[in-house]
Ligand binder design. Sequence first.
Ligand code: SF4
Length: 320
Amino acid sequence: MEITREQLNERLSWSLDQKIDHTLVTIENALSYSDNNAYVSFSGGKDSTILLYLARIIKPDIKAVFFNTTNEFPEIYQFIKDSEGITTINPNTNLRKVIDKCGFPLVSKEQAQYIREVRSAKSQKAIDKRMNGWVNTKTGEQTTLGKISNKWQHLINAPFDVSEKCCFYLKKQPAIKFEKENKLLPIIGTSASESQMRLLKYYHTGCNAFNLKRPASYPLSIWNDTDKWNFIRENSIPYSGIYDKGKTQTGCMLCGFGCWKRDNFDFLKQNYPKHFEIGMSYKNNGVTYADAITFALEKQKCVGKKIFNYGQTAIPFPNE
Ligand code: SF4
């Protein structure tokens, strides 16, 4: 179902009660579409905690599944353990092995993918598109959608690989396998405004994306953070202790997506020094994660301003 920008803006302006009603109807539709064969993807974060709470109002015995990325915060693992009725699915690999094989998850999912594509591209056309953007043949306009941002182009010549693939190996592949084997539709707690990719997907599908190759339901698409915390507090819903340590977003401890704007690694170094030390020693092409982060961020003048300078060895920049 196509959604216009105006429709989305209207939904985003709804009251919390209206959003709750919309979410419950979305979950009901997902259950009806799947003949009651759906499950909640439960990460242990606040979004999926709310989602599971609401889904269990409609179907108390709905399956809840935690896909273990192998590098979640200890408070998330504890919360999963304390929550009732959660099935855990483990991947057949781990972050260290994926980094070794594919590269570091740096910058953002989209930019990491474009950098990986350019480094392995065979055609000049494909490289040009990622380096300079492309011309929209319908409008004749030059677009930078799909372009590697200028500030990250130095990563194309880095002495290590950058890749978005670890999300695939640690999250997506185990989820798709589980869904196929059990013939279950995923109900996922992400919001439309989380990333450009999710926003574009929302315009194309709305909250129930049944028209995709991997059909899924996204009942919290129109909630914002204030809605989520208000709902949790008003209903006294237990949540993971990681938020009380100051984290506003959960997810993998060692993820380098958003590394230039968030304090992920500083937070890790201060609060989980052992995990930090182990993670920073992961290698790709002989380069440690610490050195790769420093290499990525040095050009952004982040080193020195924050405590980002984790590398022991200075890697010379290409052509310098
Ligand atoms: S969130 Fe980051 S670290 Fe976690 S699986 Fe995805 S890319 Fe890898």
